[in-house]
Ligand binder design. Sequence first.
Ligand SMILES: [Zn+2]
Length: 328
Amino acid sequence: MDDCASVLDQHWYRTLDATAGFRAYMGARGARRFWHGYYNIKSIDHYTGAPLAIGIYSASKNEHTCYPDLFERLQRNIGGNPESIVADKGFSIEAVFAHNTNNGVASVIPWRKGKGRLQRQDFDTHDRHGIPRCKHCGAECEFIRFRVEKGGPRLWFRCLNQANRTPAACARIQSITCKTDYRLLLPLWRTEPIYHELASSHSQYERVHRHWRERYLVAGDNLATRPKRRGIGCQELRAQAALLAEWLRISWREGWLGSARRNKKSPARYASFGVTGSRGLKKFRIKAGLRVPYGQQAALLGLGEATPPSRRVAAPPGDPPDYGGVPF
Ligand SMILES: [Zn+2]
């Protein structure tokens, strides 16, 4: 018989399933949610709304530590890397951003305050939204390209202000390594409408967990739906078998099974969300003083203040940390 004990918030728990774990989401008045068992993490395709990879992990692990394994399963199942990954705050960890960027994948993950990081900061090299600043005048820059090189991922950009007319200054293409700040310097910039379009699509995928409970009894969360066998192996087998069944069904429905028939429908777009989101961010950036040059070079040229906006004593009013819940 497997027997294992675990301690959580000074309480001891004993379980007969050594592969299961314990997790509690704590609130001000104690645990808001507590469970014994596993995580069931799904990586969902934007086109079909179906999972592309699934991983079952002990609930005692931190969710983000399961990410590299899930990413590997995803790579194996789709035969390469996705262009972008949208995830929730649980994955808003530097290691996850670094993993994605090093694989050339754009992260669309909400900002999470860390220990000792109360507010998003602007730096001389890049601002709080990850927009690089011109090395010669401190202005905003425009995206030129992103590439993963031998030395790591790198962004190339050009000054939008062109204020420093010294030869070989603002007009030249500049670059920065994403290692400088993995959480902010992303392959897909936060000012792009597509970033907001992707971010707004995330919430609809939570329903897939419920669909899969109903269709395949995967990730059962009560006595009636959970497997009667003990251990992670049974959970894993059920999930992977369901994945095969789901994709056979999708392939049949879409006419991909050796037939010339094709589903002529085009994927749903959320273009208006993207335009509204990026417009909102632009307004916010004007208000926060980010559209104006800052830094040592800006001060020398008389274009702006040397201190970055977020570090000024009287910070601009209305600086919500999460910008009204929209993940930037
Ligand atoms: Zn410049």
